[in-house]
Design a protein around this ligand. Structure first.
Ligand code: ADP
Ligand code: MG
Length: 533
């Protein structure tokens, strides 16, 4: 047995390395600069903890969350490894104990909160104690536009230069831009040895559903999994509270979690979730990085996540123990509008915005996928050989039809109104509804007026959503979200390309009773008279 395997078994109690761990451990132990990209739950911590024990001196670990550091230090100590943390959460006694172990040369791993790096004294201290390796956990926090940016992470590059020791960076964020930013900021642009471990999480079942009655959809999903630990992600704080309440009323143990809560309350919920079996946490994205619960059995999205990366991270919290786990992601046109608006109203520079739109598009493409979701998801991360059989589309392949004709109708309505309108007005044109606005604009004379009566309003909304999913149309932020065509739509409009649509999401679009659409409030007495007959 190699020394690494002996430690794996004797100290960590594992029989074998997981996929990819072995190679990373070897490279880090050999003192190379390493960037390891491994999925959530892939076992990244071991990839710096084990080499720390193989090398002389102290390994400094930089990690973004105090809770994460504490958990790891506790687990290491229980395994008999000398580890300590210097964070603002320490008691003076804890800090003294860390210093003592350091001065006595016993300490193998020293966890440091990134904000400590800006304290001038830290560098001098780290110089003295014989640091032999810097490990950076959640290295994507160095990415300025990422969702977890930590300004203090920007000091890590400086630290590496000052100490002149190897650096190993770990993240689950696969996307190429973030990776390039990590290399730039942590390694001064000198490419480290990079390991990219497969992103497939075959035990996680993937499913999406069009949002029609979201509260009921989430309640039934939870009811079918009663007694199992789960997370429901919501787009707003208010919704987390309302939905947690609804779940409790349905007899579940559920609580809410969001960034607006007191730190103590948040910590309380985190601990409860960690310890209790079968608790449901209804949360915003604030709930996540610090959660290391291996047996989360399901994750549901009551609202569409903001990007394909966010989706992958969030569902990835389920089933870390490798046992089957379920997911459900709801999406509707309002989600798409909201996410677009958030990107456009954000502070990011224009080039960043278009990247964010592209990531959202990738997620919409996944939501409206015609074939296997796992293959679609992993293709985005650059993997081509994907075996699935564990997603809703593999369970029951959707019925597909040639949607070229309705898509061309919609595109032509967009073009003939010069890309100045949203889907509501465009659908009125397609349905031939003589609204005031149609009359005022003279749109009842357009050749597309009334050509789409084969479908009703909801069905047209489903078609527009699928068109967005295929990135044929996009809301234009400079025109209050009016729909514009993309390059991808031109061959279809010219009759040079064909487009498949899913029949189910169009057919099952909840219809409003037809009569209701025809009457206004003034007709209500007439309607009830008709009904009474
Ligand atoms: P990551 O940081 O990549 O999300 P962690 O380091 O938190 O993953 O590890 C996830 C879980 O996998 C932990 O419970 C850890 O103890 C376990 N684990 C790590 N390596 C192994 C292994 N070789 N064999 C079995 N379990 C492992
Ligand atoms: Mg981790």
């Amino acid at each position: 047995m190699s020394p690494a395997q002996t430690i794996l078994k004797d100290v960590f109690g594992f029989d074998a390395f997981r996929d990819g761990q072995d190679d990373v451990v070897q490279a880090v132990a050999a003192g190379q600069n390493v960037l390891a990209i491994m999925p959530t739950g892939g076992g990244k911590s071991l990839c710096f903890q084990l080499p720390a024990l193989l090398r002389d001196g102290v390994t400094v670990v930089i990690s973004p969350l105090i809770a994460l550091m504490r958990d790891q230090v506790r687990a290491l100590r229980e395994a008999g490894v000398e580890a300590g943390a210097l964070t603002s959460g320490n008691t003076p006694e804890e800090t003294d104990a860390v210093w003592e172990a350091l001065e006595a040369g016993r300490l193998k791993l020293l966890y440091i909160a990134p904000e400590r790096l800006s304290a001038g004294s830290s560098l001098g201290m780290l110089r003295r104690i014989g640091v032999n390796l810097i490990a950076v956990d959640e290295a994507h926090c160095v990415s300025q536009w990422g969702h977890d940016f930590r300004p203090d992470y920007l000091r890590i590059g400086e630290l590496r230069r000052a100490l002149n020791v190897p650096l190993a960076a770990f993240t689950a964020t696969a996307d190429a831009e973030t990776r390039a930013e990590i290399v730039e900021r942590l390694f001064d642009g000198q490419p480290p040895q990079t390991f990219l471990r497969g992103f497939d999480r075959p035990n996680i079942h993937l499913a999406f559903a069009a949002k029609n009655n979201p509260r009921q959809q989430i309640l039934s999903f939870a009811a079918a999994r009663k007694g199992q630990s789960g997370i429901v992600y919501c787009g707003t704080r208010a919704k987390t509270e309302a939905l947690a309440q609804a779940l409790r009323e349905a007899g579940h143990a559920a609580c809410h979690y969001h960034g607006g809560m007191e730190a103590d309350d948040r910590r309380h919920t985190e601990t409860r979730f960690q310890r209790e079996d079968g608790l449901i946490v209804v949360a915003t994205v604030a709930f996540g990085m610090g959660i290391d619960k291996p047996d989360i059995r399901w994750v549901a999205h009551a609202d569409l996540p903001k990007s394909i990366e966010a989706y992958y991270q969030e569902i990835g919290r389920a089933g870390r123990d490798g046992a089957p786990a379920e997911t459900l992601t709801l999406f509707g046109p309002d989600d798409i509008r909201l996410r677009r608006a958030q990107i456009d109203e954000g502070l990011a520079p224009p080039e960043r915005r278009s990247a964010d739109h592209a990531r959202l598009n990738a997620l919409l493409g996944l939501a409206e996928a015609l074939h296997c979701r796992r293959a679609t998801l992993l293709r985005y991360f650059g993997e081509t050989e994907v075996k699935c059989g564990n997603c809703d589309l593999c369970d029951s392949p959707p019925e597909i039809f040639d949607g070229t004709q309705p898509v061309r109708m919609a595109l032509s309505a967009i073009l003939r109104t010069e890309e100045w309108y949203g889907s509501g007005h465009l659908i009125d044109i397609l349905l031939g509804n003589l609204t005031d606005r149609i009359r005022e604009k003279g749109h009842d004379t357009l050749p597309t007026f009334g050509v789409g009566r084969e479908y009703d309003k909801r069905q047209w909304q489903a078609i527009f959503r699928q068109m967005m999913g295929h990135d044929l149309i996009r809301p234009n932020p400079d025109r209050h979200g009016a729909l514009q065509m993309t390059e991808a739509a031109r061959p279809i409009l010219r009759g040079e390309a064909q487009i498949d649509l899913r029949r189910d999401t169009i057919r099952d679009a909840p219809r409003r009773p037809a009569v209701k659409a025809l009457v206004s409030d003034e007709d209500a007495p007439l309607l009830s008279a008709l009904k009474a007959k």
